[in-house]
Design a protein around this ligand. Structure first.
Ligand SMILES: Cc1cc2nc3c(=O)[nH]c(=O)nc-3n(C[C@H](O)[C@H](O)[C@H](O)COP(=O)(O)O)c2cc1C
Length: 179
């Protein structure tokens, strides 16, 4: 399988319509097994280029590791998570989404993959809350002695923030939407 060369970030944001959804599905290891037309269009890859690749093919460097760590912990435990995510297109553009990620279950109730639907973001929530929070988490991650320590520190920052608010991560996400 050819390695994908990542184009430098352009700073150009891609947008999509509020009545559209970006959909993808992965296997248990996070390899993409399905994407809808809009997913491939925004990611800037063909279906052939994406299928079988890890979902981090669209990972943007501004995304905190803590968010993905929490994401995987949550879905592996069989629960759903809602999160703001910024993704990187193949040409270096980016696009923000509000994602719902959930396990898919087989008829006997075992997790057999994962599924994500994403819609457009609330701009004021993004600018006033998410971008500053993610920047802070990234700073914490970058300032530690090792990636492992950075992740532990940023997870702790997030845990403390949620404890202070008395909210789960999903409750926090929806409280921002309603504020
Ligand atoms: C169903 C599903 C959808 C995902 N969607 C995205 C996504 O849109 N963007 C992204 O960067 N990571 C997404 N991830 C998380 C990636 O698997 C990965 O954890 C993340 O990109 C961080 O990559 P890294 O661990 O290599 O740093 C998704 C995972 C699952 C299970």
């Amino acid at each position: 399988m050819a390695t994908m060369v990542k184009a430098p970030l352009t700073g150009v944001e891609r947008t999509f319509d509020p009545n559209e959804l970006i959909v993808s599905k992965t296997d248990l290891t996070g390899k993409i097994v399905y994407g809808n037309r809009l997913f491939f269009q925004l990611a800037g890859y063909t279906e052939q280029e994406c299928l079988g690749k890890q979902h981090n093919v669209v990972r943007h460097p501004d995304m905190p590791r803590a968010v993905f760590d929490l994401l995987w912990e949550t879905i592996k435990a069989g629960r759903e998570i809602f999160a703001y995510v910024v993704n990187r297109s193949s040409n270096g553009d980016h696009y923000w989404v509000f994602a719902h990620i959930t396990p898919s279950l087989s008829s006997d109730g075992a997790i057999n993959g994962y599924h994500s639907n994403r819609r457009t973001v609330n701009r004021s929530v993004l600018e006033q809350h998410i971008i500053p929070l993610y920047r802070k988490l990234r700073e914490i991650e970058a300032s530690a002695d090792s990636p492992k320590a950075g992740l532990a520190n940023s997870r702790k920052f997030l845990t403390d923030l949620l404890a202070e608010k008395g909210q789960s991560f999903n409750q926090f996400m929806f409280s921002l939407e309603q504020a």
